[in-house]
Design a protein around this ligand. Structure first.
Ligand code: MG
Length: 281
């Protein structure tokens, strides 16, 4: 595949991505997929999905785990409900994440990915930190057994916190899906600086933009159309180039409640990335 193939984040029956026909209409070559709901993760549906991908000329580059009960309503709710970290759902979701990886395998996809949740700081909660290391190793080992890498979405930790965690897990199939807008939305650090720090782990990326909250880390920043926020798309792509990143550029625009606007803004994002690619590559 050419370097930096453009992609979009897509959904079937769960998650905030666009429908597959939007990806087809926009003419992009790749997608990442939010895992469909448990009852639809069957071999028959995988086969149907693969046929559609082929018909639309799309390559699937990652499958993202997501779980019932997750809510991004505000930052405290996100801490309480998202990913494998929340205690009440930890065991069940860890098992479900392995099932999602199995579904990704049915789709011939070598990358499973997720928001792990807010990783506790080892100085403040040593036992919890160790427990999260253990479940992450468990999922990594499952993925390794089926020839997959696991990518952690960024945002909930600072680059330094995430770097320490990645090192502590000690698994060589654990990488990062870098989302620069999340660093701003969650208030966890300047995205370009963070990208440089964890660059060697970055194997997939989101192209998403945002503006800072006036109380970073306490309330959300605002997600905005690509190029209109504080990431700085040219600096972002230049840094990816310096790091030797050639993987997909997957556009995320999380406004599924406004599908027409979502499609048109992603169309503009495709144009922006296309022009930056021709400038930088
Ligand atoms: Mg993202």
């Amino acid at each position: 595949m050419e370097p930096w193939p453009i992609g979009v984040f897509a959904s079937v029956d769960a998650g905030l991505g666009v429908n597959l026909d939007v990806a087809r209409d926009l003419g992009v070559p790749t997608i990442q997929l939010h895992a469909p709901a448990a009852e639809t993760r069957t071999q028959a549906n995988a086969d149907k999905f693969l046929a559609t991908l082929e018909e639309y000329g799309l390559t699937l580059t990652a499958v993202f785990g997501g779980f019932e009960g997750e809510s991004y309503a505000d930052i405290p709710t996100t801490v309480r409900t998202v990913g494998l970290v929340p205690q009440e759902t930890r065991v069940a979701r860890t098992e479900e994440m392995k099932e999602i990886a199995d579904f990704a395998r049915m789709l011939n996809c070598d990358v499973a990915a997720l928001h792990l949740g807010f990783i506790p700081e080892p100085e403040l909660a040593a036992d919890e930190y160790r427990a999260i290391l253990d479940i992450t190793r468990d999922v990594c080992d499952h993925c390794a057994g089926i020839g997959q890498a696991l990518h952690l979405e960024t945002g909930q930790e600072s680059a330094d916190g995430l770097l320490r965690f990645l090192t502590d897990v000690e698994r060589d199939n654990l990488f990062v899906n870098f989302d620069p807008a999340n660093m701003i939305l969650y208030g966890t650090g300047e995205p370009i600086e963070a990208l440089r720090k964890i660059g060697k782990y970055v194997r997939s990326v989101h192209c998403k933009d945002a503006t800072w909250s006036d109380a970073p880390g306490q309330s959300w920043g605002s997600e905005v159309p690509l190029g209109e926020g504080s990431v700085g798309m040219e600096a972002y792509l230049s840094t990816l180039k310096e790091l030797g990143y050639t993987g997909p550029l997957t556009i995320e625009r999380e406004i599924p409640q406004e599908p027409a606007r979502q499609k048109s803004e992603i169309g503009h994002a495709v144009e922006l990335l296309t022009s930056l690619k021709s400038k930088l590559l």
